[in-house]
Design a protein around this ligand. Structure first.
Ligand code: HEM
Length: 479
């Protein structure tokens, strides 16, 4: 009986059953609507923007609409991360990494990472050169496809390799050629891991005892296998670094991290360890690879669905750069329409997902409701960016012009693509750089269109750690 009672002034929502909470009602709605995102949006229609759920034994609050989501993200009391077994199973039973930790541990690690990612390139010319090289590699790859008369390309998966390369080069100084078997291995391991990690909705995460009763059926074994393979891969890389690094001349973030672990007595017993390094790399892959490559996939999905937008962006590129000059990051401020295409693509990507899960670190209030300590809380971006009641006109239309005001790019507050507050994204410079260069370089060189006799690709999406378009192909030809 007690487990079915709600805390006083807790956000409203469906009633709770013993043991299951309201998981069955949510699951039913998820089946009906096709996505968890749409299921909670439906509940928000009935109960208001902040809804209170119980999934298994866990209290979960889901926040909808731009105003409520901003209030949530800006509230420091809600800046913790859930301390659920899902995130400690992967890291030897400890809370490690940066994405799923909080408190002083997280603050020290985040500070270190932000500072040294900047030293090694984020937002500097170093990064620019690296991204330019990677985007040119992709041009060469597409040219090879065209020459081998394979001009039909799987667009949903085109970007994962180059994006992975940019991230891995920043962290560990490693670059793989497209046909390197180690890259294929890393790719496969990562794809598998990302498939296994769904932030909301893993059965054994809501009901941890299932890992003993039904390790296979609850997804526990697959989840653990995928993580074990990735930690093994990363350990090998750390070992390689240990053989070759020189503390006087760190080559990348991994070298710097090893220097801190090994050398600095003052920092011993601190939050720095080899295990922490491994899980931080894992976190960077999780947070940085799919997000960027899926945004690019959505971008090209809409560019083939809206050929007039593609043409307009190409005209701008022709006017500013011509067909020959290789784009660089410093061209960004001159290509305003391309920038709008990127913001519109980010809206299409972010609007199909949730924020990462947060946790209330003390009793607090949100939009007038009481949120007790240790509640899991997530933001749903659908209602504010794509839902039919959002403040954006014709939200399902891909219309980059909407951001152009008197020749300047003005992004509405509702588009919190990189988050707000203490947990804001630390990779936005790399992400924006990648998005700009890949879109510009590809549109400068190629036309993208729906294959003849094929239906236009669907704008429905697949859920995973982040949303991605359903598999689709496009015809690529040189301009
Ligand atoms: C299009 C690309 C990207 C988007 C849309 C994006 C979006 C976000 C958002 C919304 C958050 C905050 C979530 C929250 O409130 O909890 C976040 C956090 C984070 N992002 Fe990104 N991100 C992108 C790319 C990247 C890249 C390239 C990296 C790494 C190089 C990265 C690393 C992180 C990390 C580590 C966090 C967690 C920060 C923390 O918990 O303190 N992201 N990202």
């Amino acid at each position: 009986y007690k487990s079915t009672r709600k805390p006083r002034h807790f956000p409203p929502g469906p009633s709770w059953w013993p043991f299951l909470g309201c998981a069955p009602q949510v699951q039913l709605l998820r089946k009906k609507t096709g996505h968890l995102l749409l299921a909670t949006s439906k509940l928000a229609r009935k109960y208001g923007p902040v809804i209170g759920l119980k999934v298994g034994g866990e209290l979960v609050v889901v926040v909808h609409g731009a105003e409520a989501v901003r209030e949530f993200l800006a509230n420091d009391d809600l800046s913790g991360r859930p301390n659920t077994s899902l995130y400690t199973f992967r890291s030897w039973g400890k809370r490690l990494g940066i994405v799923m930790t909080d408190g002083d541990f997280w603050a020290e690690q985040r500070r270190f990472l932000v500072r040294h990612l900047r030293d090694f390139g984020f937002g500097t010319t170093n990064m620019s050169t690296l991204l330019e090289e990677e985007s040119q590699e992709l041009v060469k790859y597409l040219q090879r496809c065209i020459n081998e008369s394979e001009a039909v390309v799987n667009m949903h998966s085109l970007f994962s390799t180059p994006i992975l390369n940019t991230l891995w080069r920043m962290l560990a100084g490693v670059r793989y050629d497209t046909d390197d078997p180690k890259l294929a291995e890393l790719h496969e391991i990562l794809a598998d891991m990302l498939k296994q990690v769904s932030m909301v909705g893993k059965t054994f995460a809501a009901f941890p005892f299932l890992r003993y009763l039904a390790p296979e059926a609850s997804g526990y074994n697959l989840y653990m296998d995928a993580h074990r393979r990735l930690t093994d891969f990363l350990y090998k890389e750390v070992d390689d670094h240990k053989q070759t690094y020189d503390p006087e001349y760190p080559r990348d973030v991994m070298d710097l991290y090893l220097t801190v672990i090994n050398g600095n007595a003052k920092l011993q017993n601190s939050t720095f360890s080899e295990q922490q390094l491994i899980i931080t790399c894992m976190d960077m892959f999780m947070a940085g690879s799919e997000t960027t490559s899926n945004t690019l996939s959505f971008c090209f999905l809409y560019l083939v669905l809206y050929p007039e937008v593609q043409k307009k962006a190409q005209e701008e590129i022709d006017r500013v750069l011509g067909r020959e000059r290789v784009p660089t990051l410093s061209d960004k401020h001159k290509l305003k329409y391309v920038e709008c295409v990127i913001w519109e693509s980010l809206r299409m990507f972010v609007g199909r997902g949730f924020t990462l899960p947060h946790r209330s670190i003390r009793d607090t209030e949100l939009c007038g409701y009481f949120i007790p300590k240790d509640v899991k809380i997530v933001g749903n971006f659908y209602d504010s960016l794509l839902g039919d009641q959002c403040a954006i006109e014709d939200p399902m239309e891909f219309r980059p012009e909407r951001y152009l005001k008197d020749g300047e790019v003005v992004v509405p507050d509702a588009i919190m693509a990189f988050g707000v507050g203490k947990r804001r994204c630390i990779g936005d410079a790399l992400a924006k750089g990648n998005l700009f260069l890949f879109v510009t370089v590809l549109l400068q060189r190629f036309n993208f269109s729906v294959p003849p006799n094929a239906s236009p690709p669907s704008t429905d999406w697949e859920d995973g750690l982040t949303p991605r378009p359903k598999p689709f192909q496009v015809v690529v030809c040189e301009r």
